[in-house]
Design a protein around this ligand. Structure first.
Ligand code: R7I
Ligand code: MG
Ligand code: MG
Length: 349
């Protein structure tokens, strides 16, 4: 489909669920040989495994909360979204949440809480979390809002409900912008795509809070931009080893060590690559490659999935894979509701 088509909306949400479900197998593994990844993915094609249900984790649980909140409120409402996070956590605490964020989710359940941003600000001695929990659920902001300024503003606020450190919430802004650009067809020109992200993030990271967080955490100035420049360098290289990608971009639980990595996975897999099956399309390559990096595989595959799905559309996702994943059907349906909201904002705005 063309820019912002229903197929792209569905692709983004469904592939993000898929990345989470399929990536869960390897979360935390240091190295994952491609053979094992392909074996895992081949297993999804097996018709005999009728009950093959891969469960989703916190990544999808929180993304669904974001989607439902944006749809119900027809926009961003911090109290509603916070309440949904808290309720979801209280019903299903075993989805694999980050070790720190559960404190926030418990506090958000309190009916006497006045400022819903306060619990996040108390994390990690008052500096806030830089984990990728804000970024992993950021894709819906690109599906609910059309203007980049709105996407930036609300993806940031949505992340700040749990991640008040700029190295956390700016990861969410970057992820939402990447999904937005992909939805518009920007991955047709990969070099323009990465350049646009860099120039957007230069503005985002120029803010005082971002500069002081980077200083305190001993990161370079404009930390996300610095990593995006590395993505650009790696794109220009002919042969890139997995080790080099992990070394330069990271595969960890910090937003800074995973969002640029996810973006690289998508860009790298736009073309056929050695070591990946020839019959794979771009979306399948992106999934396989994300898992082979090891580390925070569910989250990197979830974020790469959202960006790649927005590019390739729903038809690029194998039916057999979709059938294996808890939450894929819900994502397919809610994507249509988000698409309707998006079209409404077109006629009103
Ligand atoms: O960011 P968050 O929601 O975790 C998301 C990850 C994804 O991989 C999910 O799939 C799930 O597995 O968890 O949860 P947080 O607890 O806010 O952050 C995750 C972890 O990052 C923390 O438990 C810490 O280990 C680390 N971390 C920090 N460590 C030191 N100082 C995050 N911020 C800090 C910090 O400021
Ligand atoms: Mg998870
Ligand atoms: Mg994870």
């Amino acid at each position: 489909g063309g820019p912002a088509s229903l197929s792209r909306f569905r692709g983004a949400l469904v592939a993000s669920v898929l990345g989470d479900c399929v990536g869960g197998e390897f979360e935390g593994a240091e190295e994952v040989p491609m053979d094992r990844v392909l074996q895992h993915l081949n297993g999804l094609e097996d018709d005999n495994r009728g009950d093959c249900i891969l469960q989703y984790s916190d990544d999808t649980a929180m993304t669904q909360c974001v989607v439902e909140s944006l749809l119900t409120r027809a926009g961003f409402d911090e109290r509603d979204m916070a309440a949904r996070f808290a309720l979801e956590y209280s019903h299903f605490p075993g989805r694999g949440y980050g070790a720190g964020v559960v404190q926030v989710l418990k506090k958000l359940a309190s009916p006497t809480l006045n400022d819903v941003y306060q619990p996040a600000q108390a994390q990690f001695s008052g500096r806030g979390s830089f984990g990728n929990g804000g970024a992993m659920r950021a894709a819906p902001f690109a599906l609910a809002f059309r203007k980049p300024d709105d996407i930036k503003k609300f993806s940031r606020l949505g992340a700040m409900l749990t991640h008040s450190c700029s190295l956390g919430y700016n990861g969410a802004v970057l992820q939402a912008l990447a999904v937005h650009l992909s939805l518009q067809g920007a991955l047709e020109k990969p070099h323009d795509f990465i350049s646009k992200l860099i120039s957007e993030m230069e503005e985002v990271e120029g803010e005082d809070a971002a500069r002081s967080d980077a200083r305190v955490l001993n990161e370079p100035e404009f930390p996300f931009c610095e990593r995006l420049y590395k993505v650009k360098d790696l794109m220009e290289q002919n042969n890139v080893s997995i080790e080099e990608v992990i070394f330069k971009l990271g595969n960890g639980i910090a937003a800074l060590h995973s969002v640029p990595t996810a973006i690289f996975c998508v860009l790298h897999c736009l073309e056929p690559r050695e070591g990946l099956p020839e019959h794979y399309g771009g979306l399948e390559r992106t999934m396989a490659y994300s898992l082979a990096l090891g580390g925070d595989t569910d989250t990197i595959a979830c974020m790469a999935g959202a960006i790649a799905g927005a590019h390739y559309g729903i038809d690029a996702i194998p039916q057999t894979w979709q059938r294996c994943c808890e939450g894929a059907e819900v994502a397919y349906d809610t994507a249509q509701r988000l698409h309707t909201l998006y079209l409404q904002s077109l006629t009103e705005g």
